[in-house]
Design a protein around this ligand. Structure first.
Ligand code: 4AD
Ligand code: MG
Length: 429
């Protein structure tokens, strides 16, 4: 019976054939242990000299790392095996012999691994990260579909900027100028006026000159946008969504979290409601704890980490000064110098994973903001129309997938959270 490693449990004590690669190998004169992987999982194949033909044992002894093969064997239930099963090998058919695979079981430096990212993806650890990433995506679709959101795809090539003009990727669009999307938000606002509750999931581009553990040049963002929803309700959706994602990973990725050595007790605490702190109070807290920061300045990574360390769940920092946030955020009606916004900061020092706000719904105020931010009204004419025809209170947010993967997996750099990271100075492979 031809099957995959993830399905072997259905064939205990039966003979199966699996297409696989050799991840690793150990052998002695009488026995060979083949660490097999097929994409769906990892399993150990045991080849006993006394139980197979001379040819099969010779192949098992000589086969090289990352060679591909069809391996036939009897499935044994084994409590000590991470997957719960082992394969007693009876036959091997080599498909392709790999020579001098560069990533050996010894330690390698980061740059070397990054240069070989196309191969590094095959490792057990990277496999686990990609599976968790996939589970976060799957849970995202489940959450928004179950809660009445419609998936909408905003454009990637745009004529306008949503998040300031300093980190735009410029390109030509025939005779016009165009930019790669920094955020689908403005288009999602239009979609919310047509469909009520919408979400997008797509690539985002920011020519960030900063080389940090949290910044990618190309990353993926989930951007929900909701008509008739205010700041407070927006935060509730965010805590429900993030709790749901984390609990889904705990439920469906136990094996992967184990491979990654993740402390799951910390993730189990991620259940809403999440604590909230205003920007004002966050500044006071930081000043009292020896940080040099003044009201009006934006937080850096050390500030976010210091704030997050006071909590064992993600924390919302709300009501930032209007001057350091995007042009579209609605001012607090009680206090015009701050806006109805929140950043969600992940625990354990993983930084900001969500930025969101209630949006300006008044046309004149929006026009004032365009002037203050030197944005041409002509470019945003369509965006103003949303305030011209049946404007409503509305809110939304953007969750950065890679930072969420880093947090849930417990990784110290976002470069391992995406199959082919685009970083400052890295476009290969
Ligand atoms: O806070 P940001 O810039 O918010 C927006 O783009 C809004 N328009 C979203 C919205 O309201 N629809 O980005 C949102 C999130 C951040 O919290 C972070 O998780 C992630 O996107 N992010 C990055 N992730 C990796 N690399 C970068 N360079 C990132 N920049 C932002
Ligand atoms: Mg932000």
């Amino acid at each position: 019976m031809k099957t995959t490693i993830s399905q072997v449990g259905k064939y205990t004590d039966q003979e199966v054939t699996i297409g696989a690669w050799i991840a690793n190998k150990r052998s002695s004169g009488k026995i060979a242990f083949l660490q097999l992987r097929d994409g769906t999982g990892f399993i150990q194949g045991v080849v006993v000299k006394a139980e197979v033909s001379e040819e099969v044992f010779a192949t098992a002894k000589s086969i090289t790392q990352e060679s591909s093969l069809f391996v036939t064997g009897v499935v044994r239930s084994d409590e000590r095996a991470p997957s719960g099963y082992e394969l007693t090998v009876t036959g091997i058919e080599v498909i392709h012999e790999a020579v001098d695979y560069p990533i050996t079981p010894k330690e390698h430096g980061t740059e070397f691994l990054m240069d070989n990212r196309h191969l590094w993806l095959r490792s057990k650890r990277q496999h686990a990260v990609m599976k968790v990433r996939n589970e976060l995506i799957r849970a995202t679709y489940e959450f928004f579909n179950e809660n009445g959101f419609v998936k909408v795809d905003p454009p990637i090539l745009t004529g306008s900027s949503a998040e300031g003009t300093t980190n735009l990727f410029h390109t030509k669009y025939f005779d016009e100028d165009a930019y790669l999307s920094q955020s689908g938000q403005l288009y999602m606002e239009a979609a919310a006026m047509a469909l009520g509750k919408v979400f997008s999931f797509g690539p985002t581009f920011r020519a960030e000159k900063s080389k940090t553990r949290r910044h990618l040049i190309e990353f993926w963002m989930i951007e929900p946008e909701m008509a008739f929803v205010d700041h407070e309700e927006n935060l509730q959706v965010q805590e429900q969504y993030v709790s749901f994602m984390v609990q889904s990973v705990l439920k469906n990725c136990q094996l992967e979290l184990k491979v990654l050595g993740r402390d799951t007790a910390k993730l189990e605490q991620v259940v809403g409601p999440f604590p909230r702190i205003t920007y004002d109070d966050a500044i006071k807290f930081l000043q009292e704890n020896g940080h040099e920061i003044e009201w009006g300045e934006d937080f850096g990574a050390p500030h976010e980490t210091a704030i997050a360390q006071s909590f064992d769940k993600p924390v919302f920092i709300t009501h930032y000064p209007a001057a350091i946030k995007a042009f579209y955020m609605k001012p607090d009606p009680n206090r015009a110098d701050v806006v109805l916004c929140a950043d969600m900061i992940a625990p354990e020092g993983y930084g900001e994973i969500i930025g969101g706000s209630q949006r300006i719904d008044d046309m004149e105020l929006l026009q004032e903001r365009f002037q203050e931010h030197n944005l041409s009204e002509e470019t945003y004419k369509w965006y103003l129309d949303l305030r011209r025809y049946g404007s409503v209170p509305h809110s939304g947010f953007g969750l950065g997938l890679e930072r969420t993967v880093a947090w849930v997996c417990g990784l110290d750099h976002v470069r391992e959270t995406i199959p082919f990271p685009r970083l400052l100075n890295r476009l290969y492979p």
